[in-house]
Design a protein around this ligand. Structure first.
Ligand code: DGY
Length: 326
């Protein structure tokens, strides 16, 4: 019997490819950039399974282009705002994602951004390379202490809770806001539940860990930046559009807040003429919070496990739309 047909939309860690090869006849897109939309629409025709990334738009048109035999869509990411889940559910297609395995890696990176922004590491590095380091400066590169400061966590899922754990080591006061409350966890992590406005008013550092949804789109806008301390630092490792980029530019350039450190932008990649790139009080990383060797191997393995299960009609180990099984 011929093996099922699968398209993998980018080169992923070999461990994942190895597993996918055992389950299917796979074609891997070799280009470092994602397949253009029209190419992807061609590639999916007649597929049994698709292993995709957050850079691919997975909508009803694509599912219909694939055809009714498409059994599974497995995304190598925890977030899936690029996927029209309702359209998949309507067509009975399970969608897999990779939760859990990137929690610590992402929280580590959000912490890295927090520390780098507070202590102006990137600015210092640029200064050194530009040959401007002439002496030790008693008032140069000052930034706020992290130890003892107040951390506001927006979105208290796994990664948000990971930030609270890290904050304990720095004797920080921890506030959190989420649409749901976590009474047991908040007690064990010594975190205080507050409304979003209170969190923004009282935090020295605000770190975003929400999903992107219509409710969180541009959650941080002009009026919310105006509530924040002028010394506040904002960190975003969630999704770019959770922040209104024009409002962020206004807040950073007018001094309404002090600093931003982003791993995600709107759009991605950020355009080279984006005014945010003209500012010194911002760090922008290219969406690399989960980029550790170990984590990307685990994400690839997990994505392949979801793919294999879907191809044989088994329940996906981590499925974002389990209602397809009802
Ligand atoms: C995800 O998995 O959603 C991250 O943004 C990338 O690792």
């Amino acid at each position: 019997m011929p093996k099922p047909k699968v398209f993998v939309t980018r080169l992923i860690p070999e461990k994942g490819l190895e597993l996918a090869r055992q389950a299917a006849d796979i074609e891997v897109w070799q280009d470092p950039l994602p397949p253009p939309r029209e190419v992807l629409l061609e590639k999916v025709k007649g597929l049994d399974g698709l292993l995709c990334l957050l850079t691919d738009k997975i909508d009803a048109t694509l599912m219909d282009a694939a055809g009714r035999q498409l059994k599974v869509i497995s995304q190598m990411a925890v977030g899936y705002d690029n996927v029209d889940v309702a359209a998949a559910t309507q067509r009975g297609i399970p969608i897999g994602n990779t939760p859990g395995v990137l929690t610590d890696t992402t929280a580590d990176f959000a912490w890295t951004l927090l520390m780098s922004a507070a202590r102006r590491v990137v600015e210092g590095d640029k200064f050194t390379r530009a040959g401007k380091w002439k002496t030790w400066g008693p008032i140069d590169f000052l930034g706020p202490d992290v130890s003892g400061a107040t951390l506001g966590i927006v979105g208290f899922g796994r990664i948000g809770q990971g930030m609270a754990k890290r904050a304990a080591g720095f004797d920080m006061r921890v506030l959190y806001y989420d649409v749901q409350r976590y009474p047991i966890v908040e007690k064990s992590l010594n975190a205080e539940y507050v409304d979003l406005e209170t969190l923004l008013r009282e935090s020295d550092f605000v770190t975003l860990h929400t999903v992107l949804s219509p409710e969180t789109h541009h959650l941080l806008n002009n009026s919310r930046f105006n509530l924040m301390k002028r010394s506040a630092i904002i960190i975003n490792t969630a999704r770019g559009p959770v922040i209104d980029p024009q409002a962020l530019y206004r807040a950073l350039s007018s001094g309404a807040i002090a600093y931003a450190a982003l791993d995600v932008t709107e759009p991605e990649p950020i355009r080279m003429d984006d005014p945010l790139l003209t500012l010194d009080n911002i760090i922008i990383a290219p969406h690399i919070a989960s980029a550790s060797f170990q984590t990307r191997n685990k994400m690839a393995t997990m994505a392949a496990a979801n793919l294999s299960a879907g191809l044989t009609g088994e329940r996906l180990p981590t499925c974002v739309n389990p209602e397809v099984y009802r």
